[in-house]
Design a protein around this ligand. Structure first.
Ligand code: ATP
Length: 349
């Protein structure tokens, strides 16, 4: 009997409402071709929901999501809503509650897409960003903020358990690829938290003697992403550095709209969540011009996580065929509409 997957669809705000339905259309087409079932329910959560209801999702929202195999997500945030809320009240909540401690963000060359870099070399690496600890735990406070001696403090938290588990994920992933992990810190200046990170990554690395282990500081890494991106295979880093590096990863591919990602709970105790690396881009929303490739790629990452590897590969091949045929959105220098891209990918499956 063929399998069936139950997907929670959360388009969110802005272009999420355009690219998520197009991505889901691709998912339905690939499911039909590869003979598995998909059922879904769409939730209107996000900043728009907050403006009407005072919260990003209903109180029972997270409990509801637990009944699904995965969450297919767009992005949350609107200019009219305080920009500290989307992360605090939706994204971090889902990532933390569902122990999605791996943020999986691949970067690669898309055929036919012009890149801002001079190198012609093939780029293919995966940023593994620790997703629930570090600089984004939102512990701290502001003291006397209106006074001349006011201050703001955020505390970074790194635990042995948190570092070890994401490191094991990265080293195992490298074994399925080109056997190299580069871990990124700034332990020469963050001498407590990030040197602890270095030490524990070093201990984990010893358990994978077949994997080449390299270390770089974040400043050198950003330069290397631009000057020699072909040297990377698996890039392992903290929450904040991974956030910044993945936008740079999107940029070196040719557009932020090209990057897909997964917030993964590797043990599958809870649903994982799949989303493009960019935000809700309200500046271009409502025009059917947003680039959906990253959203479609996120669907492939979701299928891979669910075990439908052939279907995931099929989506990636269809994406490559579409970009090489010149199906490019405005941000890529073309004139394809959002829906044209999904049509092309479906045709090429
Ligand atoms: P967040 O912090 O939520 O990631 P952001 O403030 O970084 O969001 P984005 O929404 O990612 O901002 O948008 C940054 C820029 O990239 C905007 O000019 C936006 O139009 C553009 N952009 C983002 N996603 C896409 C896309 N899919 N297609 C085309 N342009 C995009």
């Amino acid at each position: 009997m063929s399998k069936n997957y139950n997907i929670a669809v959360v388009p969110g705000d802005g272009i999420g409402n355009e690219i998520v339905p197009e991505g889901y259309r691709v998912l339905e087409a690939v499911a039909k071709k590869h003979n598995f079932g998909l059922t879904s329910k769409t939730f209107d959560w996000g900043a728009g929901y907050y403006l009407k209801n005072g919260k990003f999702l209903p109180d029972e929202g997270l409990e509801t999501l637990k009944n699904f195999d995965a969450v297919y997500f767009g992005s949350v945030g609107l200019p009219a809503v305080d920009d500290t809320l989307p992360a605090k009240d939706y994204t971090f909540k889902v990532r933390t509650t569902f122990n999605q401690y791996v943020n999986y963000r691949p970067v690669r060359t898309y055929p036919g897409v012009q890149r801002p870099l001079r190198t012609e070399k093939h780029i293919d690496f995966i940023i593994i960003r620790e997703n629930v600890e570090g600089e984004f735990v939102q512990m701290g406070g502001q003291y006397l903020p209106d006074e001349a001696n006011g201050m703001g403090i955020d505390t970074s938290v790194f635990t042995r358990k948190g570092i070890e588990r994401v490191a094991h994920f990265a080293f195992k992933l490298a074994r399925k690829r080109r056997n190299k992990v580069t871990h990124i810190t700034k332990s020469n200046t963050l001498i407590n938290s990030l040197s602890y990170w270095d030490r524990i990554i070093g201990e984990v690395a010893e358990q994978y003697p077949d994997v080449v282990h390299d270390q770089m500081y974040i400043d050198n890494c950003t330069a290397s992403f631009v000057l020699k991106p072909e040297v990377f295979d698996v890039v392992l880093t903290t929450n904040l550095f991974g956030d910044i590096l993945s936008d740079l990863g999107g940029a070196i591919m040719g557009s932020l709209g090209l990057g897909g990602s997964g917030n993964i709970n590797p043990e599958k105790e809870f649903p994982s969540m799949f989303e493009p690396i960019h935000g809700s881009a309200p500046d271009i929303a409502g025009q059917n011009i947003a680039n959906p490739y990253g959203q479609i790629w996120s669907a492939a990452i979701m299928l891979e996580h669910l075990g439908e590897v052939e279907a995931a590969n099929n989506i990636m091949e269809a994406i490559d065929k579409s970009t090489s045929e010149g199906v490019l959105t405005i941000d890529l220098g073309g004139n394809a509409k959002t829906s044209d891209v999904a049509d092309a990918v479906i045709k090429n499956l």
